[in-house]
Write a protein that binds this ligand. Structure first.
Ligand code: ADE
Length: 279
């Protein structure tokens, strides 16, 4: 076993918050220097591996994407000892060949958010002072992504191995011009929550991977009407079992893997991002 004890944070998007996936559950109410997370964190095990489940929008799904305290969520998972975060997210598809219900393992993002606290390094917390620039390539943890690919293949589950997601501010959906613009940029998916979650996980030194589920075709397609909430929720509900199965498969694989160099490298990446005063 490596020096880092693996613990997997699971951030459930709309519809993937079922605590029954964890055995021996205990609830933690965690406060952070950045405020309160979306809800209690539920700790338990999947196949003997420690996990912590957090509902991104709260268990009552009453926190809208712009108001999710992403910093508190990531900090709370880190505080409970998580080394990894695996997340699910509902997304609109910007490509004909990604149909509602399809899964995509994200590998990059485009940030179109406007009003979110998106860094821990804004000098608001006395223990994290200084100017820090963290690289966002690769945005998602390559080793964790590789295990996801192997898990999907073991299960015979169809999952697109790469995909870029543009995160919009919301809560409104995109206009047709916006949707066509993102599509013309070659982006595959659109959502409202991936940024800044992925950025903060990296700043916190957590191995982060996210599985996107396409729930709709947004509004770029002439032959289809515009996306609506009931469509998003219905498609997510119909396909959530696939994501749950995938997460249950990947967690023991993460638990059985050696992470020392990956975690140490992430830590030094963040430390080397600090600007030092000119000599
Ligand atoms: N989440 C699910 N579908 C979406 C869409 N079309 N746009 C933004 N976020 C979404």
């Amino acid at each position: 076993m490596g020096k880092h004890k693996v613990k997997v944070g699971i951030i459930g998007g709309s519809g993937l918050n079922d605590p029954d996936i964890l055995e021996g559950r205990i609830e933690h109410k965690v406060s952070t220097p950045f405020g309160e997370p979306s809800d209690c964190l539920i700790e338990g095990k999947i196949s003997g591996v420690s996990c912590v489940l957090l509902a991104r929008h709260g268990r009552k799904h009453d926190i809208m994407p712009s108001k999710v305290n992403y910093r508190a969520n990531i900090w709370a998972l880190k505080t409970l000892g998580c080394t990894h975060v695996i997340a699910s997210t509902a997304t609109g598809s910007l490509q004909e060949d990604i149909a509602p219900g399809d899964l995509v393992l994200l590998d990059s993002f485009v940030d179109r958010t406007k009003s979110r606290e998106s860094t821990f390094f804004d000098n608001s917390y006395s223990e994290l002072m200084g100017v820090c620039h963290v690289p966002m390539d690769p945005a998602f943890c390559p080793e964790t992504r590789q295990l996801f690919l192997e898990a999907a293949s073991k299960l015979g589950l169809k999952m697109r191995p790469t995909g870029t997601c543009v995160t919009i501010e919301g809560p409104r959906f995109s206009s047709k011009a916006e949707s066509l613009l993102y599509k013309s940029w070659g982006i595959q998916l659109v959502n409202m929550t991936m940024v800044p979650e992925v950025c903060l996980a990296k700043e916190a030194g957590l191995c982060y991977a996210a599985v996107a589920m396409a729930t709709d075709y947004d509004c770029w397609r002439d032959k289809e009407g515009s996306v609506c909430v009931s469509e998003v929720l219905a498609t997510f509900k119909q396909n959530v079992a696939k994501v749950t199965k995938l997460f249950k498969e990947v967690v023991p694989m993460i638990g059985g893997h050696e992470w020392d160099s990956t975690i140490d490298d992430l830590k030094s990446l963040v430390s080397s991002g600090f600007m030092s005063a000119p000599q």
